[in-house]
Design a protein around this ligand. Structure first.
Ligand SMILES: [Ca+2]
Ligand SMILES: [Ca+2]
Ligand SMILES: [Ca+2]
Length: 140
């Protein structure tokens, strides 16, 4: 799924850089369709929602959304596509109907925060999983 999203993002970026509208809009649509059908879009639509984590407390700064588990955030980027998001999340919104296990170490180890279905946490600093520690998310 990540590769598909990156491909879509690359296509969109290319369209913006080139400043071309009509022809590349089709390319972007095709990329979106490919990304949606090639990965686990069926799983996402079946469950709905996402876990979104934010760079700053009170849902500020850059963000990153997940629809499935990720055992290691070391290779994930914030929404600007530039900066690694490992050990930098500070708040979250869970719009799924599932619990998520957020952990301070990769592989779902270390300190834990359980995000209840349809819940938010505006700051991680008062949890066992502290501020700027998140390294893995598991959808339960
Ligand atoms: Ca990852
Ligand atoms: Ca942060
Ligand atoms: Ca960590």
């Amino acid at each position: 799924m990540r590769n598909g999203l990156l491909t879509t993002a690359a296509a969109i970026t290319a369209a913006v850089v080139l400043g071309v509208t009509a022809p590349t809009a089709t390319a972007v649509d095709q990329a979106r369709t490919t990304a949606a059908t090639a990965s686990d879009a069926s799983e996402a639509s079946m469950h709905g929602g996402s876990l979104t984590v934010y760079e700053d407390s009170n849902f500020g700064g850059r963000k990153k959304s997940f629809t499935r588990s990720d055992s290691n955030l070391a290779d994930n980027l914030w929404s600007d596509g530039r900066t690694n998001m490992n050990d930098s999340a500070s708040s979250m919104k869970n719009t799924t109907s599932d619990d998520w296990k957020l952990t301070s170490d990769a592989g779902f180890h270390g300190d834990v925060y359980f995000a209840q279905p349809h819940s938010t946490d505006k700051k991680f600093s008062d949890n066992d999983l502290g501020n700027d520690e998140l390294s893995a998310v598991r959808r339960l």
